[in-house]
Design a binder for this molecule. Structure first.
Ligand SMILES: Nc1ncnc2c1ncn2[C@@H]1O[C@H](COP(=O)(O)OP(=O)(O)O)[C@@H](O)[C@H]1O
Ligand SMILES: [Mg+2]
Length: 342
């Protein structure tokens, strides 16, 4: 009997950092039920899960030589700086431990929404138009300068305000007046102490493209949409939606042209940024039904009935099959496939 591949899982839970599970100010962490679901999946496909925990626990295990796994599935979000998602991949690279998902550089770019947009623009991919507002620590927020910049760009209400380096829709607001805009920017400066983006509001459906594989063999599973539980579209896929389980996910049928545009541009950015093994690109439709990319996530969640599982089902695959493809995509890059044939 051969050894089955040991798959480590890094993740952080709200309790790791003393956050309230119900806080909507900071919400970028995993939920225990998501980790349980992945752990069970890893076991069902014949591998052995190793629960590591957050970046500090990983660091302890590395220092004491107690990290006993063949490959790590990185799911933690980290904390505090814009490098937070890059720390674990960098640590694993330093210690020559194979891991699944994008490297420190890739996830670092994706963490910076503005830099991702600059790259996407060079690649001919449409993102929302908008302006970048530097974090002003010492002085009060200069609203007149922002209004002038918005006018110069020809942007009008409603607008989206969002912090540049956060996730889970924290600090994302739709604003419809100068006062709402100022309040949103001040709120984000106060809570996140980083630049904010102000963007045109893309009004249509919320869509996503889950991707599996690496480089030339990467492919899009399908196109899915985020709906409220009653089946209607979300106006904003907000932090409430994400943390309070207000939404569901299903594959969607749009025109072949729109679907192909989305899948093709998602793969173009994914490959350029050297995302690996899995990822997800999110889009919305504009008023004419044309897709606009909102962001790329090199380490998307793999929750029960989530974007991956729903799109997998729509093409006749199970969660377990896709999870296995993702893990084997990583294993293959390190020449570890033999280990999987337990
Ligand atoms: N320009 C925009 N127009 C319309 N909705 C937007 C825009 N930017 C963000 N959103 C909404 O806010 C959500 C979160 O924004 P996103 O940039 O994906 O940040 P996060 O990394 O927090 O998920 C999106 O899924 C979308 O619903
Ligand atoms: Mg998002």
């Amino acid at each position: 009997m051969g050894m089955s591949m040991r798959v480590g899982l890094t993740y952080d839970l709200p309790s790791d950092y003393g956050f309230e599970k119900d806080s909507l100010i900071y919400a970028d962490y995993c939920l225990p039920e998501e980790i349980d679901y992945m752990e069970e999946g890893i076991r069902r496909i014949g591998f052995e899960p190793v629960l590591i925990g957050n970046m500090y626990k990983l660091n302890e295990r590395l220092k004491s030589g107690a990290l006993d796994c063949d490959i790590v599935l990185v799911c933690d979000e980290g904390i505090a700086s814009r490098n937070r998602e890059s720390i674990v991949p960098a640590l694993l690279e330093l210690n020559r431990i194979p891991y699944i998902g994008g490297d420190a550089y890739c996830v670092g770019i994706a963490q910076n929404k503005y830099h991702t947009k600059l790259i996407a623009k060079e690649l001919g991919i449409r993102f929302p138009r908008g302006i970048y507002v530097e974090y002003q620590k010492e002085e009060p927020f200069r609203r007149e300068d922002v209004f002038t910049a918005l006018q110069k760009e020809g942007l009008s209400y409603p607008l989206i305000v969002k912090p540049n380096n956060e996730g889970c829709s924290m600090g994302v607001f739709i604003v419809r007046s100068g006062d709402e805009l100022s309040a949103a920017v001040e709120n984000d400066f106060l809570n996140y102490q980083e630049p904010v983006l102000i963007e045109e509001f893309i009004p249509g459906k919320e869509l996503y493209v889950p991707i599996v594989g690496t480089g030339k063999s990467a492919y899009a599973l399908n196109v899915g949409t985020v709906l409220k539980k009653d089946g209607s579209d979300v106006e904003l896929y907000s932090v409430e939606c994400k943390c309070r389980d207000l939404t569901r996910y299903e594959a969607v049928k749009l025109s072949d042209r729109v679907m192909n545009t989305m899948m093709e541009s998602a793969l173009r950015l994914y490959r350029h940024m050297e995302c690996r093994d899995f990822g997800r690109c999110d889009f919305r439709l504009d008023e004419k039904g044309e897709p606009v990319m909102i962001e790329i996530t090199p380490r998307p969640g793999l929750s029960k009935d989530g974007p991956f599982e729903s799109c997998a089902r729509s093409v006749g695959k199970t969660y377990d099959e896709v999870l296995k493809e993702i893990i084997l995509s990583g294993a293959k890059r390190y020449g570890l496939e033999g280990r999987s044939l337990s």
